[in-house]
Design a protein around this ligand. Structure first.
Ligand SMILES: Nc1ncnc2c1ncn2[C@@H]1O[C@H](COP(=O)(O)OP(=O)(O)OP(=O)(O)O)[C@@H](O)[C@H]1O
Ligand SMILES: [Mg+2]
Length: 417
């Protein structure tokens, strides 16, 4: 499904619409002679230290996926790198997407074009401690820890237990950074990162991890968040390097345009946006409307729980206008709000950017993240972009082949460059 139009302000080739179940679809090819540049590492150390926690279960229920992003020189390089380091797998860099809703680790495998992903929900629930409950959890292989008189079940298991006990999961992060209202935030985050990344097992093993961009000018919460993750990684023996989430999407999805284009991650707490030219970021920013906003607003107007809205949205929702039941309509209204805010803020930011690099060619926009999954998202976003003049020429707008893993993939790419 591809169209090309030129209606003055914006010329857009709308790419493939993504299937609602998040399965990879269309692929994009790479071009020879692409240049992989190094991401700017600017890690901060010195966060408060907490006792490291360990995963109790040994099995890693990872989702091993084949990247559907086509052939590229960078992927070739990565594959060769992976192969030459096959015997030193323990020292290979990692990509880590520290998301408000999910944490994803990306590893390169020993074959070209393949990455391996593993994810955990960035959530937890607490249960009152008892010896019996603790031993039952242990026996069932449930990922948990004991904090004083509480049993804390984290990651994917938290969702399962929340359903069993009819409670809401708690979240260590909010709007892309550590949740200031959650006393367990750092401990839980440390537990999940430890479980996914493991111990470095070698010197100077690099991890590029995603950080959000500021909403407006305030970077202070991001500095603390970034320092905290750097410290967690340092305690595991890793050398942590932050990468803005939008830039990670550029790294993960735009090898075919020499890492030039607009990468967008529509996540849970934020939509992160980056315009990069030859891998160098021109601007990064975020808007505070994404999946959580849709859930909470739709819940407020329907009298339902936000968690229920989330389940309905993830099950079979398509953004295709009003006319469904009241829940579908509420989700549609707030999805449209996100889409229009995103398109308008992108337009305004480009227009107000001074010394915008001279772009000889039109550039692509790639949408990723869980909020970009529903059918209709791409079409609505493309329509919103076309609604007014757009300051730069766009070659295509497409949804990433594997939207839930784009950020981790890009972080890994950056780490391997
Ligand atoms: N199939 C789906 N349809 C609609 N929404 C979905 C689907 N799957 C996941 N989501 C939504 O995507 C969001 C999570 O996406 P993602 O994992 O990209 O976010 P994140 O990286 O954790 O958050 P952020 O980047 O904002 O910190 C949630 O709001 C979730 O409800
Ligand atoms: Mg994200």
């Amino acid at each position: 499904m591809s169209e090309y139009e030129d209606d003055g302000g914006i010329s857009v080739e709308a790419g493939r619409e993504h299937s609602p179940d998040g399965q990879p679809g269309a692929q994009h090819g790479g071009s020879p002679g692409e240049t992989a540049l190094r991401a700017e590492p600017d890690g901060i150390a010195g966060a408060p230290k907490e006792t490291p926690v360990g995963a109790r279960r040994k099995d890693r229920r990872g989702d091993r996926l084949r990247d559907g992003s086509g052939v590229s020189d960078v992927a070739d390089t990565l594959g060769e790198l992976a192969m030459s380091n096959g015997t030193q797998e323990n020292n290979m860099p990692l990509g880590l997407d520290v998301g408000t809703s999910r944490i994803v680790v990306a590893r390169s495998t020993d074959r070209a074009h393949e990455s391996q992903y593993e994810s955990q929900l960035n959530a937890f629930i607490t249960l009152p401690y008892s010896k019996l409950a603790a031993s039952l959890l242990e026996r069932e292989g449930v990922f948990h820890e004991v904090y004083g008189d509480e049993l804390v079940v984290t990651g994917n298991d938290a969702q399962r237990f929340a359903e069993v006990f009819h409670v809401e999961t708690r979240r260590p992060m909010q709007r892309g950074v550590l949740n200031p209202k959650e006393p367990h935030s750092l401990r839980v985050l440390r537990g999940i990162i430890t479980r996914l990344a493991g111990k470095a097992g070698g010197q100077n093993r690099k991890v590029f991890f995603s950080i959000p961009s500021p909403v407006g000018e305030d970077e202070s919460a991001i500095s603390y968040h970034e320092a905290s993750i750097t410290q967690i990684l340092a305690d595991l023996g890793f050398e942590g390097h932050p990468i803005r989430e939008g830039l990670a999407v550029v790294f993960g999805e735009m090898s075919s345009s020499n890492f030039t284009g607009i990468g967008i991650s529509c996540g849970s707490g934020l939509c992160n946006i980056c315009l990069a030219v030859l891998s160098v970021p021109v601007f990064n920013f975020a808007i505070p409307k994404a999946g959580d906003f849709i859930d909470s607003q739709a819940a407020a107007v329907t009298g339902e729980l936000a968690t229920r809205m989330r389940v309905m949205k993830e099950m079979n929702f398509a953004v295709n206008g009003l006319g469904g039941d009241r829940v579908q309509n509420a989700l549609t209204v707030y999805y449209d709000d996100v889409i229009h805010t995103l398109a308008n803020s992108l337009r305004t930011t480009i227009s107000s950017t001074q010394r915008l690099p001279k772009l000889d060619q039109s550039i692509p926009i790639v949408l990723s993240g869980g909020t970009a999954l529903p059918k209709g998202f791409l079409k609505r976003f493309t329509t919103a972009l076309r609604a007014d003049d757009f300051p730069i020429k766009i070659s295509e707008v497409r949804v990433a082949a594997d939207p839930l893993n784009s950020t981790a993939r890009g972080a890994l790419m950056a780490a391997l460059c």
